[in-house]
Design a protein around this ligand. Sequence first.
Ligand SMILES: [Zn+2]
Length: 483
Amino acid sequence: MKHIGRLNLKPENVFYYFEQIAAIPHGSRNTKAISDYLVSFAREQGLEYYQDASNNVILIQEATAGYENAEPIIIQGHMDMVCEKESDCDIDFEKDGLNLYVDGDFLKAERTTLGGDDGIAIAYALAILADEEIAHPRLEVVITVDEEIGMLGAESIDLSMLKGHKMLNIDSDIEGHFLTSCAGGMTVETTLPVSYMTQRGLPFTLTVAGLEGGHSGSEIDKEHGNANIVMGRVLKYLSDRGELGIAALEGGLKDNAIPRECRADILVPAEQKERTVSSLQEIEKILQKEYEASEKSLRIDVSVGEERELPVLSYTSMTKVLFYLRCVPDGVQHRSMALPGLVETSLNNGIMRLTEESFQMTSSLRSSVSTRKEELREKLEYLAEFLGGEIQVSGDYPAWEYRADSEIRNRIRAVYEDLFGETPVFEAIHAGLECGILSDKIADLDCVSFGPNNYDIHTPKERLSISSTERVWKLLVEFLRRS
Ligand SMILES: [Zn+2]
């Protein structure tokens, strides 16, 4: 059946379903409605379907005539999107759909993320399933929830009903670049117990600000400053040059975002005011010089209050916190020697907090080599234990390892070259994809990840190329026809 969306874009069915999806709120953890929509689609089309308690959905369509003996193909993507909006936008992501519009070759949403990541995967899948004219082997469409908040759906989904071992993951955003492997990861939360004492002095609020930040996987190679680690450097610099008390520490918002800002409330003896101010100017200059190329706007904002009494970390606790911040590994740890340019192992010390009982750091670890990930975890554990603290691990997921021999890769390469007369790029990424977790659940999984050009994902500037969406659609349909 052919449907035409309100925006009248081509390929018709793909954009019709994309518009349908965009009208249903579907941020991470808010997936019931979109999941039910997929189920009602399956009922209308008479498909075999599965919906689990987490809202994951699997849709199965048998092979078209002549393809009964072809190997089944799994098409995979995630139904949840990252909900970001401009500060003056009053959309309620819990209840409201997105306002789509066209700007030249781009499909965008009015002042919000578009959800092209990964709505386009669902739109492609539904467009294929709804079209009687597309020839294909048995299709097993796996649509997960909550990929964006730790691949929770992929973690919980039962795939025992699948017959396929070949998978197309449609969750990449550069046309012509096919992913063949990705890093594994885990979140490590370090806790160091602390105690306080009351002291009199001049309170300073320091803010390390103006840093670029970025995604802790795909942008860790840019050597941007980590505001938490930079703050550790600033505080140690001060403590080497005078008396110092630490009253508060707070930096970073997400474990997978490189922290752009960190705040510390400190206390110094009133007579050391001038010396503290000049030390801060010195270290600010040093840092600006060191980060000249990667951070154009790094600065330390300083405000000074009235002399008073404040609870600050005991001397022992402060020493431990400073020791931790100066010694904890951060950023790129290893680069791949096999695949030039690829970061192999890294960590991002993303969220730092100081509470009444403890100092806490949440770190995101990644590696395409599982033993290297373990080695890094061990290092953090050793450091924490040495300082009388402990670590807790969560969200541990495996890498999607490169297959030297991949039939699906060879097949999609041939189709791509025939259609577009160009050689596609096959590459690995230093970020997570669901393929890692799914390759643990599907025996001998042969997989490739791709998608149309979609820029500035996870931001209100997200924009999906309409022409690229059409080319990738042709690739997909032709790939299935030749299966
Ligand atoms: Zn995605």
